[in-house]
Design a binder for this molecule. Structure first.
Ligand code: GFB
Length: 315
């Protein structure tokens, strides 16, 4: 069976899901099956089972999730655990019951221990304590990854996972408190540029290191994995380039064309000291990132300005 003939993209309105839909179209594949949150609440097990049983997709990309940056996670650990656990359990189990032959589950590099060896290999999973600021999200993503791995073994279904590093790009969330660091810095520096502000306040110390991958590179990796005959149970996806938060802020400031000085608020959390993904495995399969941070920032700042001008910024 051609498992790419009827792909259900769960979470198609989100940054990752929308990028996957664009990649499916770019590849000339049949238009994917989608359902908005209003049409289908993935927290509702019965509705999720009924939808998947009715449509019987040949493949599911499970990109739907409750996501957010460090403050969103830290302030709602229970919500991030519950909602991501339910989404994973409902969709993965409904896929199994409907005999969906392939499913690709999206996790995150935060599933690895806070002090995992760097770069972090896939084998570091469950070898140490998690980063407290996103423990809820991480536990839910670990459970989803394991459910796919166990159903693959128990039922012979090709359910596998991808663990991306910090993502940014088209359709990102720019909420002042709940967004991830890169979109937050774009919003802060653009506001400073427009207001002629002399200073931008950032969280933490600026010392932690983060790796960033443009969401279009991730979408290419996901469709690459779906065309890989025997993919790993889980595989890291990253750019291999890391920067301190301070270095990132300097690059965002330059991309925006702001002049404001950086000020750091150490009362806000730093989170994990470093989260560089070891991507030797996916590279050995044949995937490579294509979008540098400089090019990605140039595109994303332009998209941010267009969305702000059109009044359609998310978050
Ligand atoms: O992307 P982020 O919010 O989350 O990055 P994580 C947080 C880092 O950026 C911390 C610093 O070191 C913050 O102190 N930072 C500086 C800021 N200024 C800001 C700001 O204005 N906004 C934000 N958000 N951060 C996330 C997990 O961890 O990684 C998610 O919480 C997910 O669940 C994601 O796994 C990939 O990178 O720390």
């Amino acid at each position: 069976m051609n498992t790419l003939s009827n792909i259900y993209v769960a979470g198609h309105c989100g940054m990752v899901g929308a990028a996957v839909v664009r990649e499916i179209v770019r590849l000339g594949l049949p238009p994917p099956l989608t359902a908005t949150h209003a049409e289908l609440d993935l927290l509702d097990q019965a509705a999720t089972r009924a939808f998947i049983a009715r449509h019987r997709p040949t493949c599911i990309v499970l990109a739907a999730a409750r996501v957010g940056g460090i403050e969103a996670n830290r302030s709602a650990l229970g919500t991030f655990l519950y909602e991501n656990l339910m989404i994973a359990a409902n969709v993965i189990h409904a896929a199994y019951e409907a005999g969906v032959p392939r499913l690709l589950f999206l996790g995150s590099s935060c599933i690895y221990p806070r002090l995992a060896p760097q770069p972090i290999p896939e084998s570091a999973l469950l070898t140490g304590p998690l980063e407290p600021t996103n423990e809820g999200y991480a536990l839910a993503k670990i459970a989803g990854l394991k459910l796919c791995q166990f159903y693959r073994k128990q039922h012979g279904l090709l359910y596998h996972s991808a663990m991306p590093t910090n993502l940014y790009g088209t359709g990102d969330n720019y909420h002042p408190e709940h967004s991830h660091v890169l979109p937050s810095l774009i919003r802060k520096f653009e506001a400073a540029r427009l207001a002629g502000a002399q200073e931008v306040t950032l969280w933490g110390t600026g010392a932690p290191l983060r790796e960033f991958l443009h969401v279009d590179d991730l979408a290419r990796a996901l469709m690459f994995l779906l065309r890989t005959e025997n993919p790993p149970d889980w595989v890291n996806v990253g750019s291999g380039e890391e920067f301190t938060i301070r270095q990132l802020a300097e690059q965002v400031r330059a991309a925006v064309g702001a002049a404001a000085e950086l000020r750091f608020d150490p009362s806000m959390p730093d989170g994990a000291p470093r989260k560089l993904c070891d991507t030797a495995l996916i590279r050995s399969l044949g995937w490579q990132p294509q979008i540098t941070l400089a090019e990605g920032l140039r595109r994303t700042v332009a998209e941010y300005r267009a969305e702000a001008a059109a009044g359609v910024l998310r978050g």
